[in-house]
Structure formats: structure tokens, C-alpha cells
Ligand binder design. Sequence first.
Ligand code: GAL
Length: 496
Amino acid sequence: MVEFDFDNAPEAGLKGSLRKDFFWGYATAAPQIEGAWNVDGKGPSTWDVLAHTPGRVIDASTADDACRSYDFFREDVPLMKSYGVNAYRFSLSWSRIIPLGGKEDPVNEAGIKFYSDLIDELLEANITPFVTLFHWDVPQALEERYKSMLDPEQYVPDFVRYARMCFGRFGDRVKHWITYNEPGVYALAGYAGGAHAPNRSSDREKYEEGDTSTEPWIVGHTQLLSHAQVYHLYKADFAPTQHGTIGITLSGNWSEPYDASSPADQRAATRALEFEIAWFADPVHGTGDYPDAMRAQLGTRLPAFTAAEKKLVRGSSDFYGMNTYTAFFVRDKVPPGQPVPPEDHKGNLAWFDVNSVGVSRGAESDTEWLRTSPWGFAKLLRWVWDRYRVPIYVTENGTTARGEHVSAPPGGDVLNDVHRIEFFRAYVGEVAKAVQQGIDIRSYFGWTFLDNWEWAKGYTDRFGVTWVDFESEDKTRYPKRSAAFNREFFEHLIAH
Ligand code: GAL
């Protein structure tokens, strides 16, 4: 059934603007959807431990069952197919594959079989798998053994062995690899703010261990080095026969000066983009080193690359993997000339929803930080393209919407998620416009396929194009109207 008439809409001129082989679909992450946290040999991850520690998750929920995707993937793939997608981005749980995580530790064949079956199911449905090796769930054993990423000497070889295992077992069928999902959010939320696993921070009222002034920068560095090793390993040992691509996915929202006419606010906005995005993107896609603004503020607390490491890291991604959601107005927090506290990890910023002349960053969602700001997305695509000139894969983008916290069956207008439709209409429209302006964009993955376990927010953030009844035994799925909207919009946009 065709519901949206794009030929007679403002989007008429965008028809066929996306390349024939454009990948579109939805993204998910293992800890957020799979459930089956301790079955068939899976080892615990740091997120399992967090979920079972009182006070760590807003609604005191766990991801023990989540969406039960481990049990229902054979139903989920056809559902996804009915949404019209041609690709699906999901992550592998390291501790399902190697329960203790380490390079000498045994492999769990049941875990391998689960992912292998999922991949086969997708391929049979003509859905291209995009596989993320790491979406935040470190095997707990490595956390206990040597504090995982805080000890790069021990961590890097363990991650490399895990990656090798995945390429060896799935690479005959998987041609699109992502090493890390959002190394920046992983480092900051887990080691600066502390709300994410492994709950480390200088905030002693809430967290027992950690040092916000140093650990996030070490953890970022460890991710870059291990990513780069895995990239080169893939290129040397697997790409010649498997012919796949591999890269890293970075988080990044747009930052706009609070007062567009103020040079100080303009500098603050650039610094925001550098702390959030160029932290990883400059070493990988640009200069090969951290941005000057970070070095200036962080000094030697920011690790340094050796010449050999720079060489290894620079150019170590076949594409720019982009996760993005919103935009902010920013200005300096601490005035010039005064010392920035060592715990500051965002580049000395203050954030605003409304700028100096009263313009709002966009419509509110059900999530405080997230507003519909397609204007910022357009600027971000341009900024990334101009600075790095590599093909862009949008690997996550989406929103929550108010009024979806109801009991099943969801009645009234709950499934008619107009707010989410408007979000996708505007953001996906910007992708098409950017492509028409010559920016090379090759994929778009909406976040997300199913309402799921949103980390420390538990089940309080519903990001899915499918409403999930978390009270029911089988986590019943109800398609929202945004799923139909996207199917028709991409049908209109992708060249035939
Ligand atoms: C991203 C993350 C996803 C999901 C999303 C929505 O940062 O990669 O796993 O949580 O945000 O908040």
C-alpha cells in the first residue's frame, strides 16, 4: 500500500538521488536486544554486571531478556524485510563468542552458531549484514583481569584475536565490518561521567574507582590502536580473499555558536566538534594526530602517538562511519584566562537549547538531549566531507517520541509516530540533498529496529520503528507507522 505521495511533495525533486547500491536499514546492538545473557555458554559482559548492580539503571531493569532477539531472529528478519530494508547493522557480543574474552581463552561454538545462523537468515532474505565487533560490551573477565582498555598491552592482543576469529568464521559472508561503535561515547560515558560500564569516574559520591582527568583519554587511545591493528590485519589476511570493507563508526552531533556573531562562540563551536569528533576522526581520517585544541587543554594527559602508531592509525578506515542525532548551541564555560578543571572532558563548553536570538535547536523528543535538528545534520555532513573527504556511511540516526510508554496493545495514536516520521523525513531528506550537492554518502541506518534496552536508561527510551511489549513473554512486536514511511521514502530516493 502506498501511503505517502512523494511525487507531489517537497521531496519530489529528490527522487532517485541516492545511488542504486545505497544501503539502508536499521541498526541495533547486541546488549540492547539479544537477551539470553547467560545461556548457551555466554560469559558475562561489563553491561551484564552493571545491570545487576542496584542503582545503576534508571528503571532498575536488566537486559537479561531485552527483546529476546536471540530467540526470535527468525521472525525478526522477515519483519525487517517487510520494512523494505536492504541492509541490517548489528553487533556481536564478544563474550558470547569468547566467554572470557582473552587470546588464550576458549571459543564458544554455540555463540558462533547463533551469529552464523543470523547471517545466513539475512542473506537468504537479501539483506546485507553490516557487523560491528564492539558495541560497548567488554567481557567482564577482562575487566577483572587487567581493567580492559586501561591496559593496552594486554587488551590489544585480546581484541585482535577476537576480531581474527570473527573474520575467519563470518567473513566468507560478511563484507561490511565496523570495528568500534562510538569510541568517544564509550570512553566518556564509562570513564568520565561514569554512568555507563564499567562505571569509572572521579565522582566518588557515585563511583568507587576511576579518574576522569586521565582515563577517558587512555581508553580512547587504546581503541584507536586496537582498531588500527585490526584494520591492517583484515587488509593483510582477509581482504585479499574475502573482498570486504572495514572501518570505524564515530559519534558526533553538530555544535553551533550560541551567538553566531561572537568570535569566542565560534571558536567554542569548533572546539566542540574537535573534542567530540576530530578526537578520533583526525587521527584516522585526517592529520594522523589529535587536534591542537585538545592538546592545548589536556597537555600530557592526552596520550601521544609514536611515529609508528601514527602511521598505523592514519588512513585505517575505508569510510567515515557516522552516528549522529542532534545539534546544540555552545559557548565557553570557563571564561578565557581562567583554568579549565582537569575533569572537563568536552572542551570547556556550556550548552543551550535556544541561541542568542531565541532560535530553538528543534522539536523536543522523549529524551532530554535529543531534539530534531536536521539543519545541524546538513552542516555536519558538509563539515565531515570537507575535512576528511572519505565516503560517509551513516550508521545510526533516529529519535524517541513522546507518548509511547503505554501498555499493550498500544492503542490510539501510539503507533502513528508522527514525531519520528517528521524526524526521518527531515534527516533522510538532508542525506538526499547532500548527495545532490556532491557529498559521497553510501548508507543510512535508522536507530533502531525495535524499542530496546537503552543502556543505563533501561526501557525508558523507546527509539524503535517497532513498538515492543516488554511485559509480554514473547516481547510482542508492533510496527509503528514510521517503518512504513521509511520504506516508501527510500523507495522514492534510491535510483532504480
Ligand atoms: C548511540 C548508541 C546506541 C543507542 C543510541 C541512542 O550513542 O550507539 O547504542 O543507544 O545512541 O541513544
